[in-house]
Design a protein around this ligand. Structure first.
Ligand SMILES: Cc1cc2nc3c(=O)[nH]c(=O)nc-3n(C[C@H](O)[C@H](O)[C@H](O)COP(=O)(O)OP(=O)(O)OC[C@H]3O[C@@H](n4cnc5c(N)ncnc54)[C@H](O)[C@@H]3O)c2cc1C
Length: 465
């Protein structure tokens, strides 16, 4: 029996969902039921797993249980980049096969998401806008973008250099020296996408929201108990992100990180005219430790995603959103002085988990328990594909992508908790300081923080956006 002592909370600060029309969640679990499959977690991984199970086994009953509401978790709080490419800039070309594997997985996830968006008419501002990978200084461009360009050339992936003057016109800021533009990235509203996916599941899936699992009994199959009832099933897919360790699996594997973001109100027509930028865009920094992820959205808002904190308790109460908002506003004003009057709708944090070697937990972790967890900050594609493939694996479907997924490796155990926290904080601090000259602003970290605690990444992929 596992008693679940740490539960996800919704602090109601996620601007991506507050700007959407009100939604009625699926009803909470209110009785004891039986199902053929139990899926825990209503993020990209759990939703994709449940959908794929339903397609593989149309006559089976599938129960998906979600602690909160779909669209408020990390899946609904991210920056909305669906990224097709690995974007580390320090990996050597001998890792090309790893990159090809990663590309196959990320692209399969994007195609699957795009099909759902189109088949079910999910309104989530889905746009294949591509993204800019930008450096602030010539030194940053040389150190980070040039090797990345070499890597993309070796991968035979298209990209375009965008120099300062053109970049200034496209982004509405003179802040960046140069960027590398790649066409495959999709931008969207993540809360709208997650809600849309949850609202269009096949009929043999029953989804229960606002139903945190408080205890798991593994004595006779799986029995998940919530406040209102229980679900008994012979098989389970665990897709509860960093909370999966509460279910007795993945212990000593995850470092929990809080990522901070803010979204403005829409620019007025006058502000848009003054801003002078005609197309939405998304930008990731050349160096994950020193830059800011930004977007100009379809509905003419600015997103700022900056700062990362080690947050082993995954506890919203310890994150001060007003402080985050002030710091993001200062960064925004420095980059977009014409938009000083534009305020934030909201600032928020979301939690991601990462493993020491950047690998995900993917596979059968106990008889009849499969896990798809730890997407290392690029969970839109990786969560989606790991959910789909874990369902195939559990059903014995021979999908060749399972081999690609497994080749990304398995997480290596972490040292004991105080050491993990101290190590991760020190590494993030050191990386921020080291890169201060290249990128001008002290900001977010990426999984490379963890790579450098244990410099042997089995998986080669992008940092969180
Ligand atoms: C600010 C921010 C920006 C980011 N930007 C990007 C980006 O642009 N692109 C990208 O690819 N990734 C990005 N990420 C990362 C990405 O959002 C995550 O990796 C991804 O959402 C993880 O999906 P998941 O399904 O594994 O987990 P989650 O979305 O966290 O879903 C897990 C679910 O399990 C549920 N759960 C947990 N415990 C229980 C329980 N006891 N009972 C029932 N349910 C439970 C939770 O409520 C949750 O809904 C970002 C993350 C953040 C926070």
């Amino acid at each position: 029996m596992s008693i679940i002592s740490r539960l996800p909370r919704n602090d109601q600060t996620n601007a991506w969902s507050t700007i959407l029309p009100k939604r009625t969640p699926h009803t909470a679990l209110a009785k004891d039921i039986k199902a053929d499959w139990l899926v825990i977690g209503g993020g990209y991984a759990g939703l994709a797993a449940a959908r794929q199970l339903a397609l593989n086994r149309p006559d089976d009953s599938i129960a998906l249980v979600e602690a909160g509401v779909c669209g408020e978790n990390a899946s609904g709080r991210n920056s909305g980049f669906i990224i097709d490419l690995p974007h580390t800039t320090s990996s050597s070309l001998d890792q090309l096969e790893g990159s090809h594997r990663y590309l196959r997985l990320a692209r399969a996830a994007t195609v699957a998401l795009e099909k759902n968006v189109s088949d079910f008419g999910i309104q989530c501002d889905w746009s294949r806008d591509g993204k800019y990978h930008a450096a602030v200084t010539p030194a940053g461009s040389q150190a980070m973008l040039d090797p990345y360009a070499t890597e993309l050339t070796a991968l035979n992936e298209p990209f375009e250099w965008v120099e300062k003057d053109t970049l200034t016109a496209k982004l509405g800021t003179r802040h960046f020296h140069r960027a590398l533009c790649t066409p495959g990235c999709v931008l969207m509203n993540p809360a709208a996408l997650t809600r849309g996916l949850a609202g269009t599941l096949p009929e043999n899936i029953s989804i229960y929201e606002n139903s945190p699992v408080m205890a798991m009994n593994y004595a006779n199959g799986m029995c998940a108990t919530t406040q209102g009832g229980s679900i008994t099933a012979p098989r389970m897919i665990l897709a509860a992100n960093g909370f999966s360790e509460q279910f007795g699996h993945g212990k000593n594997t995850f470092v929990h990180l809080a990522l901070c973001a803010s979204l403005t109100r829409p620019l007025t027509p006058d502000e848009q005219a003054n801003f002078g930028v005609d197309k939405p865009w998304g930008l990731t920094p050349a160096n994950g430790f020193g830059g800011i992820t930004m977007r100009y959205t379809n509905d003419r808002r600015i997103l700022i995603r900056q700062d990362i904190k080690v947050a082993m308790g995954q506890d919203f109460k310890s994150q001060k959103t007003d402080t985050i908002g002030r710091s993001h506003k200062a960064l925004m004003d420095a980059r977009f002085p014409k938009l000083r009057a534009v305020s934030f709708e909201s600032s928020w944090v979301g939690y991601v988990c990462m493993s020491r070697n950047c690998a995900s937990t993917f596979g059968e972790v106990s008889p009849n328990i499969w896990m798809a967890t730890c997407q290392n900050g690029i969970g839109v594609t990786k969560g989606t594909i790991s959910g789909m493939l874990i369902a195939d694996k559990a059903c014995g479907v021979l999908n060749p992508l399972i081999k690609d997924m497994e080749a990304l490796g398995t997480p290596t155990p972490l040292p004991p908790r105080p050491l993990v926290e101290v190590g991760a904080r020190a590494t993030i601090g050191w990386e921020v300081w080291k890169n201060r000259a290249v990128v001008h602003s002290v900001t977010l970290a990426s999984e490379r923080a963890l790579v450098s605690i244990a410099p042997h990444p089995a998986a080669r992929e992008g940092g969180e956006q």
